[in-house]
Design a protein around this ligand. Structure first.
Ligand SMILES: *Cc1c(COP(=O)(O)O)cnc(C)c1O
Length: 227
């Protein structure tokens, strides 16, 4: 359950553990606007949502001003227009070339440049979404990004296997980081490609050790979600 009174203290505790240069996205999906306001009151700016409909309701209620919205969920191509109209600061979950193409076209139509991250699939199970490392590396080797007109690829996002096996989790995060480093090596001319989004409530400490620059933390800030 959302516990508003605990939010400032939990946020502060997490911030204390994050090294300089590692950003924090507060994942507010399934939590009410009041929880977001409580976090913003404690100095949090970036919030993560995973459903377009829910993001829309929250943007309509809270606006942009002090809030910076990240989209972190699986996105269907038929929702791209609606999402882009909400002007998310970063779409972290681009998981196919078809989706990337659709975002690029729609951003062009709306006259904006949309920042985004390419989602990697490294976990053993769980999510079916994301690019396999070799698939993404091949695309960068072929300089697929050169045909994009209205998107800016800022980095990669990924999730580790959902397991208590810390070595497994660490191996997943190290793989995500190494794909990011390899892309930078292959394409040294990529500008503003500097974000490695990895780490959630249960594993952000491990992710930071493995080279995360952005962690996405939900339940450790807002409490457990009621779906
Ligand atoms: C829900 C979600 C999170 C946050 O998960 P917690 O375990 O609550 O911290 C992070 N990233 C993505 C992509 C999510 O869907």
């Amino acid at each position: 359950m959302t516990d508003l009174t605990q939010i400032p203290r939990r946020l502060e505790e997490i911030r204390q553990t994050l090294p300089e240069g590692v950003g924090l996205v507060a994942v507010s999906k399934f939590h009410p606007a009041e929880a977001i306001e409580a976090a913003a009151g404690a100095g949090q700016r970036a919030f993560g949502e995973s459903r377009v409909q829910e993001l829309q309701a929250k943007v309509e209620r809270l606006g942009h001003g002090p809030y910076v919205w990240h989209f972190i969920g699986h996105l269907q191509t038929n929702k791209v227009r609606q999402l882009l109209r909400l002007r998310p600061a970063l779409i972290e979950s681009v998981d196919s070339l078809r989706l990337l193409d659709e975002i690029d076209k729609e951003a062009g139509r709306q006259g904006i440049v949309q920042p985004l991250l390419m989602q990697l699939h490294v976990a053993r199970e769980e999510t079916k979404f994301g690019f396999f490392p070799e698939e993404l590396l091949d695309w960068f080797r072929a300089r697929g990004f050169e045909s994009l007109r209205a998107t800016h690829i800022c980095g990669v996002m990924g999730m580790a296997s959902n397991t208590d096996d810390t070595e497994r989790v660490e191996a997943d995060f190290r793989l995500i980081r190494s794909v990011f480093d390899e892309i930078r090596r292959i394409c040294p001319d990529l500008r503003g490609f500097d974000t490695v989004s990895m780490g959630m409530s249960d594993d952000y400490g491990v992710a930071v050790r493995c080279g995360s620059t952005l962690v996405r933390v939900g339940s450790a800030i807002f409490g457990t979600r009621e779906y």
